[in-house]
Structures are given as C-alpha cells and as structure tokens.
Design a protein around this ligand. Structure first.
Ligand code: NAP
Ligand code: GDD
Length: 373
C-alpha cells in the first residue's frame, strides 16, 4: 500500500496534492499546525467526507521546528512517500522573520531528512523537497535550467538554498531517494491572497462589483513564469515515481510582467485598464478614467528578483511532464473564480445591511482594510 505524508497539506499545493494522491488510491497523512482558528479551509471538502476523513486521510498536529514530533510521525505512519511542502513561503515576509524562515525552510528540511535516516526509513521512504525558482534570484542565465548557478536574493531564497543542498547531500551520503522539484511560480484560485496574482484577481472581482475602489501594488515590472498549481503537484508525484532520484525544473517557459497579469485579469472582469505614468506615479485607469491600480512602495522588497523564466526540458524528457494551462487560461480561471466570490460577498453584504437596517444598527458594516505584506 502507498502511504504518503504531506507537510504543508493545508496550503495551496498540499491541498491539490492530497486530492490527487487520494484519487490514485493512496492513504494520505497530513501535518497541520495548531492555530487559534480552523486552518483546514482548503481541505474542508475532504475532511467533511466520512468516506475519506479518518478512513484514507489522516491529519496530525506538527511543526517543522519540532524534531520529536517528526520522529513520532515517521514511526507511527511509516510513509512510503514524503512530500515536504511546509514553509514560511512568502518572500517579502522572510525579510521580516529571517531567522524563523531559516529554521523552518532550511533547518526544517534537515530535521526531516535526519529523522528518516535515524528511523531507518531510507530504503522505504522517498522524499520530495519543495525547492523553488527563487534559488536563481539574480538570474545568471535566461532561461534557467537545472544547471544554472544559484543566486538567491532573500532570506527565503537562502533558506531554500540550504534545503536544496542538504537534500543532495543526504542523497549522496546515505542513499536516500530524495529529490528537489525546482518549481517556478504556480497559482490557482486557492493561492494565498497576499501573493501578487491572487491579490490582483481578488481586487479585480471586488472592484468590478463595487466592493473596493483600487488596488495598491509594488513592482509592476517584475516578470514571472506563472503556471497552474494542480499541474505542478502532479509533477511532484511523477518525480517520486522515478527509479532514481533527481532534481527537476518545473516551469512553462513563458514570462509575463505583473502589469500584464493586471491587464489580463481586469479584462476578464470586463473592466479593461490603461496604464500611464512611470515608477511610483504609474497608475492603471478604467474606461471612465478612474484609477484602479496604484503603486505603493510599501510593497517593494529590499532586494528584488526581477525576472524568472524556466526551461522544463528535463522534466519533459524524463518525466513526460508538460504544462497545458496557458497564461491566459490561468488568469481567466483565477479572475472568474474571484469574480464569482465577489458577487457572493456583495450579496452577503446586502443581506447583512438589510438585517442591520431592520435592527437600526446600520453603519456597523465590515471594513475592507487588511493587514498584508
Ligand atoms: P502555502 O500555501 O503558503 O502553504 C505553506 C504550508 O506550510 C501551509 O500548509 C502552512 O501551514 C505550512 N507551514 C508553514 N510553516 C510551517 C511550520 N513551521 N511547520 C509546519 N507547517 C508549516 O505555500 P504553497 O504555495 O502551497 O507552496 C508549497 C511549498 O512549495 C512551499 O514550501 C513553498 O515555499 C514552495 N514553492 C511554492 C511555489 C509557488 O509558486 N506556490 C513555487 C516554488 C516553491 P498553515 O496553513 O498553518 O499556514
Ligand atoms: N506579494 C506581492 N504583493 N508581490 C508584488 C506586489 C504586491 O503587492 N506588487 C508587485 N509584486 C511583485 C513582487 O515584488 C515579485 O517580484 C512578484 O510580484 C511576485 O511576488 P509574489 O506573488 O509574492 O511571489 P514570489 O515570486 O515573490 O514568490 C512566490 O514564488 C516563488 C517561486 O518563484 C512564492 O510562492 C514562493 O514561495 C515561491 O518559492
């Protein structure tokens, strides 16, 4: 029987991977962090299914900073495949919590590998590490491949660099079946709302529905190779099905600016934008001249990764992996989903307003200001 252990199962990738492995007949165990609120929203459809939850899907509290917990989980579960997706995954936040990011994203990976070795699971368990295109940072060649030298540009990138090399080291030293997926940015309607793509599609839907006036962004010139997350989690699985472990770039080989993403998303919600001005004065206006996109230096990073574009040739050749969802498809999927959410939010607000008015409490409505990096 195939038994998977997924860290970061509550995240975007963890939730898609969990669905895919269950569909392939795996028993899936997931590590979740204790939180003061419920934090399994992306898994709710699985947790509420009595034929799945506690039958083929099991959740355990844990944290990558706690070795004793990792040892216990490995001993209890005896996984055949381990997907290490847990991380403090926000690049800008890593400048604010560099030490914690190193603990979780860097040393956390070492803790896991060492726990596998000490538990004597190196022959039984295959290990996938969520490596990242942020390793390339200040890119040394275009496009980036498995052979491109690394030059990380953030505490996140540096922590992930340690994780990358410790995976290689445990593979070479102890014969672990341990692999790195060097994944370029991948997005979906489940993407966290403070990553730029989701921030834009959320804003486009809400602005279209009159729930928000404008969105403030940072560097509009940054270029990324954006793919569709479920295709990338499928690739993680393919890597672990290989007889030999290895390291693979996973990307679309297409690159677009943040501005392109905005234009495409606002067009999807039938509110095309025209950009004018430069630098911090650049704005995106709708057809009536209203400013819908502004630049706010608060969202700039101390050091920026200006461009990323990957060549997934090795994955195509060795794993038969090829992304099908194009950039336009991806923006369409996300913007349509968030437009629908905005319509629901608008309807819920109208209902709430009507109830408050009938209770004579109008004015106590919700605020839309959020704390975000
Ligand atoms: P995500 O949505 O931010 O999910 C991160 C997951 O890690 C969440 O489940 C989170 O739990 C968990 N986590 C955070 N700190 C933890 C800790 N100390 N102990 C245990 N769990 C912890 O990220 P994602 O987009 O799914 O990405 C998955 C992985 O791929 C990450 O390692 C990320 O760095 C890497 N990656 C992502 C991309 C991308 O474009 N998405 C590209 C390359 C690499 P909570 O839900 O409790 O916060
Ligand atoms: N988050 C954010 N918010 N980014 C902005 C904004 C904004 O308001 N405005 C412009 N950007 C720019 C960032 O400066 C960056 O150049 C680009 O948009 C993408 O930012 P994010 O969406 O936050 O993603 P990221 O590329 O920094 O990191 C993501 O991809 C990595 C793989 O390359 C994360 O998922 C990482 O975990 C992952 O490793």
């Amino acid at each position: 029987m195939k038994i998977a252990l997924i860290t970061g199962i509550t995240g975007q990738d963890g939730s898609y991977l969990c669905e895919q492995l269950l569909a392939k007949g795996y028993v899936v165990h997931g590590m979740i962090r204790r939180a003061s609120n419920f934090n399994t929203q992306r898994l709710d459809h699985l947790v509420s299914d009595p034929e799945v939850y506690n039958q083929r899907l099991f959740l355990h509290h844990g944290d990558l900073t706690d070795s004793s917990n990792l040892n216990r989980l490995l001993e209890r579960i005896g996984p055949t495949e381990i997907y290490n997706l847990a991380a403090q995954s926000h690049v800008k936040v890593s400048f604010e919590v560099p030490e914690y990011t190193a603990e979780v994203d860097g040393v956390g990976t070492l803790r896991f590998l060492d726990a596998i070795k000490e538990a004597g699971l190196q022959k039984r368990a295959r290990f996938y590490q969520a490596s990242t295109s942020e390793l390339f940072g200040l890119v040394q060649e275009v496009p980036q491949t498995e052979k491109t030298p690394f030059y990380p540009r953030s505490p996140y990138g540096v922590a992930k660099l340690y994780a990358y090399w410790i995976v290689v080291n445990y593979r070479e030293s102890y014969g672990l079946h341990a692999s790195n997926g060097i994944l370029f940015n991948h997005e979906s309607p489940r993407r966290g709302e403070t990553f730029v793509t989701r921030k834009i599609t959320r804003a486009a839907g809400r602005i279209r529905e009159g729930l928000q006036e404008c969105v403030e962004l940072g560097n509009l010139d940054a270029q990324r190779d954006w793919g569709y997350a479920p295709e990338y989690t499928e690739m993680m699985w393919r890597i672990l099905q290989q007889e030999q472990p290895g390291d693979y770039v996973c990307a679309t080989n297409e690159m677009h600016t943040v501005r392109d993403f905005c234009q495409n998303a606002f067009t999807t919600v039938e509110m095309p934008l025209t950009f004018e001005g430069e630098g911090v004065d650049e704005v995106g206006r709708d057809a009536s001249g209203n400013i819908r996109v502004k630049v706010n230096p608060q969202y700039f990073r101390p050091s920026e990764v200006e461009l990323l574009i990957g060549n997934p040739e090795k994955a195509r050749r060795e794993l038969g992996w090829e992304p099908k969802v194009t950039f336009n498809d991806l923006v369409g999927i996300m913007a349509q989903a968030d437009w629908q959410l905005a319509r629901q939010e608008k309807a819920a607000r109208a209902l709430q307003q009507a109830v408050l008015q009938s209770l004579n409490l109008a004015g106590m409505g919700t605020t839309t200001k959020m704390f975000e990096p």
